[in-house]
Design a protein around this ligand. Structure first.
Ligand SMILES: [Zn+2]
Length: 487
């Protein structure tokens, strides 16, 4: 984790409410940013041999952050050492690709790659939409104030109003944003060019050479949903899926030992969902710290290593208070969620010690009630993009929202589609807790030269597979290696 003054680029959150604007680090302090980990975030994606990435900063970084482009299609946000940075993503953005220069066997860069990747993954760019944030924040407040008094139809109308104009939002890219992957690919290709190599070894993304990873998660919202969990597990089992159930510990429904065991004993997973689902978890830090103690206690009690906040509200800079191994609250692109933004990646990543498993596809509720959709076409379109980047497909489907025959059919259609996909492509369908273990182990692996070939070093390398990234007509192609591997 970088801890520099880029934090001054505040993120979208309820703290942006006019009543709670907090003091900010002066822009001047930003110039003192340490730059010793320029390649950290790129190397985390690939885990290439040590020193493969050789980046130096070309000049002094600006004191202000803004939007710019890296090539024709990739939007970045942060500080640069040359050119202009725009305050809005929809402006004409300056392309800094020409400023990426080959220097000896490495690259001279007009930005810090780790910083700009962190700015996307931690949604720091969202602060630049300040007026929009304040408005969104007031709407959110109003929504939760009225919520107990309104029925589902009225709530849907409020949510639709909140999400209006979403199609016009240019960034993050709908339906899936892969800016982080695009930045990494470009810098890998350029580094290969600098070193004069056609291919470079790395640790394949998933165990046993699976081309992609799949997690299904069920957030249990109400008593009705809780009572539907057993049937839902039957449906999942019939199509070969084990899912994780996110349980609200307080106020929503009774959580008995029997209920938790009924999930665990069938090989399904349990994670904590919020505390009481009132939408106030991140309202202010004092209250958050008070609540998180109770939430951590429930985590221990339920044997749950994972967490998800209600309504996908989030404030990653407070996550150090979590005693959870992983979090699943940050959407890839959040145009239709009450808290806008998005982490712009389809890969897990660390926020301090907490591993983030981003939500990379649209939620069932949003699909059914905001978009009024009863087909799986959008899910398919998202899966296609994720597969191309060998990413994590993560789904949120609520037992509460697939009770009607039409929506239940849509869910079964999704499972059928994923099963068909797995028959043709090797996909690692697993529980979030397994993804957490794998990604942690992988983050400690490295590729080392061994005589005439390469091998992977680290703990638990049993399922790890050596892979190669190749330059094929200027495009990066990543593939697991066919054994045996020689240089
Ligand atoms: Zn929920």
């Amino acid at each position: 984790m970088i801890t520099g003054p880029v934090r001054s680029l505040d993120i979208d959150s309820k703290e942006e409410c006019p009543l709670q604007l907090k003091s900010k680090i002066s822009p001047h302090e930003a110039t003192l940013e340490r730059v010793d980990n320029l390649s950290g975030a790129v190397n985390d994606r690939y885990r290439c041999p040590a020193d493969f990435f050789d980046f130096v900063l070309d000049g002094q970084l600006s004191s202000d952050g803004g939007y710019f482009r890296l090539g024709p299609h990739t939007t970045c946000y942060g500080r640069t050492s040359s050119g202009d940075r725009a305050p809005r993503a929809e402006s004409v953005l300056q392309d800094v690709l020409r400023e990426v220069k080959i220097h000896e066997a490495g690259l001279r860069l007009p930005f810090d790659p780790t910083e700009i990747i962190e700015n996307l993954r931690s949604e720091r760019y969202a602060s630049s939409r300040r007026m929009g944030n304040i408005f969104q924040c007031l709407l959110r407040r109003l929504y939760y104030l009225l919520r107990p008094l309104t029925n589902l139809t009225v709530r849907k109308q409020i949510q639709k109003f909140q999400a209006r104009n979403w199609r016009k939002v240019p960034f993050p890219k709908w339906p899936v944003d892969t800016s982080v992957e695009d930045i990494c690919e470009l810098l890998l290709l350029k580094s290969m060019e600098a070193k004069g190599v056609e291919k470079v070894p790395f640790v394949w993304f998933w165990p046993d050479g699976a081309s992609s990873c799949l997690i299904m998660t069920h957030d249990v919202e109400t008593e009705v949903g809780r009572n539907h969990c057993a049937d839902l597990m039957d449906v999942d089992d019939s199509l070969g899926i084990k899912a994780s159930f996110q349980i609200v510990p307080q106020n929503r429904y009774a959580v008995t030992q029997d209920f938790l065991e009924s999930i665990r004993n069938r090989g399904f997973g349990i994670a904590i969902q919020d505390l009481n689902h009132d939408g106030r978890l991140f309202d202010n830090k004092e209250e958050f710290l008070r609540r998180i103690k109770t939430i951590n206690r429930y985590g221990r009690e339920y044997g749950a290593k994972g967490f998800r906040a209600a309504i996908l509200y989030r404030k990653p800079e407070w996550y150090e208070a979590f005693e959870f191994a992983f979090d699943m609250s940050i959407p890839n692109v959040a145009h239709l969620d009450p808290q806008r933004g998005g982490c712009c990646t389809v890969m897990p990543y660390f926020i301090g010690n907490v591993l983030e498993l981003p939500v990379t596809t649209i939620q069932d509720y949003t699909l059914f009630h905001l978009l009024n959709e009863r087909s799986i076409d959008l899910w398919k379109a998202q899966v296609e993009v994720i597969l191309e980047k060998h990413g994590l497909m993560s789904f949120i489907v609520h037992p509460d929202y697939i009770l009607e025959p039409d929506t239940s059919l849509v869910y079964k259609g999704l499972l059928g589609y994923l099963r068909e996909l797995s028959a043709n492509t090797k996909i690692w369908a697993t529980l979030p807790v397994e993804v957490d273990s794998w990604w942690r182990a992988r983050s400690r692996m490295s590729v080392v030269k061994s005589g005439n070939s390469w091998r992977i070093e680290g703990d638990y390398t049993g399922r790890a597979v050596l892979a190669f990234a190749k330059n094929v007509d200027g495009k990066l192609v990543c593939e697991p290696a066919r054994a045996p591997v020689s240089v």
